[in-house]
Design a protein around this ligand. Sequence first.
Ligand code: G4F
Length: 341
Amino acid sequence: MRKTALITGISGQDGAYLAKYLLKKKYKVIGTDRRSARNTNWRLRYLGIDKEILREEMELGEINEINRLFEKYKIDEVYNFAAQSFVSTSFNSPLTTSNVTALGPLRILEVIRNQKNKIKFYQASSSEMYGKVIETPQNEKTPFYPRSPYAVSKLYGHFMVRNYRESYNIFATSGILFNHESPLRGEEFVTRKITLGLSKIKKGELNYLELGNIYAKRDWGYAGDYVEAIWKMMQQRKPEDFVISTGKTYSIKDFINESVKCLGLKCKWKGRGMKEVLINTKNNKVIIKINKKFFRPAEVDLLQGDASKAKKMIKWRPKINFKQLVKMMIESDFYRSDIKF
Ligand code: G4F
């Protein structure tokens, strides 16, 4: 029997990669976006799957809209990626963030609770929930300490999933995914901002790039690898939560240095704090500056995940490492112009 999957946030990076993965497995894929979403097709087009997905509009703020879709289709698996997912924006829009990112999954869980047939539910939890980390590396048992309205909202969703699983015997699972990037990452996230910005600088289309805290460290993996883990979590006999990460951590500065190397630029760092700059030694021009505007009211300084449980139970391992990831993103941004935004 062909399974039907509903993916919320279909036009985002993870929605697109998972849709491709599920289509290969012969799923029927229904993909939803909020009504106001713009430029929603480029990632699906890039992956060559835009015509293979049944597209629907669905506001996660409206439970009636969720109900309508569950009445229209016989759904087997729900993957909830829809969220206000930019940490920085959540400080300016905490209420909107909470309504979608925290209450969104609860609304879907409520609809699933009232269905007769068994529907599996995946919630995109986040390593941001570890925030001001209590221990390193972080695993499924590490206590949480969220540092932004986004992270607090994700934590609410995370515990709701656990509560519905334990109270109503729903197959509901959360993937605590550490940062995962790709050529399809949004330009507002730091990795893509760097690979796109430095590529433009090398081509002479941009003079310099401005960034915030370049000393924060992240455990960066490849989104294409991570959607495989998500699917595997949903095929378990019993629903459980899993950390998905590479186990390695690098600073934003490391990411810049690796990008510069891939582009063949010769550069040197100079100065300290807000005055720190990256200089292109070929022409002595400053190509990276620090700007206060990109700092957050509260920062997450260090994330490093321990995915031993996923390795053991779902036999998942990341295939792409840090250097390969940076190379993939630089090659895409510098050499290819086929991604239309
Ligand atoms: O790329 P970022 O915006 O990602 P962040 O905040 O870690 O969140 C991402 O990963 C989470 C998983 O852990 C997801 F849940 C979440 O939805 C999102 O996908 O920022 C990474 C780091 C931060 O420490 C930030 O302060 O980069 C630092 N940074 C420095 N300059 C910057 C900039 N971030 C952005 N976006 N832009 C800058 O100019």
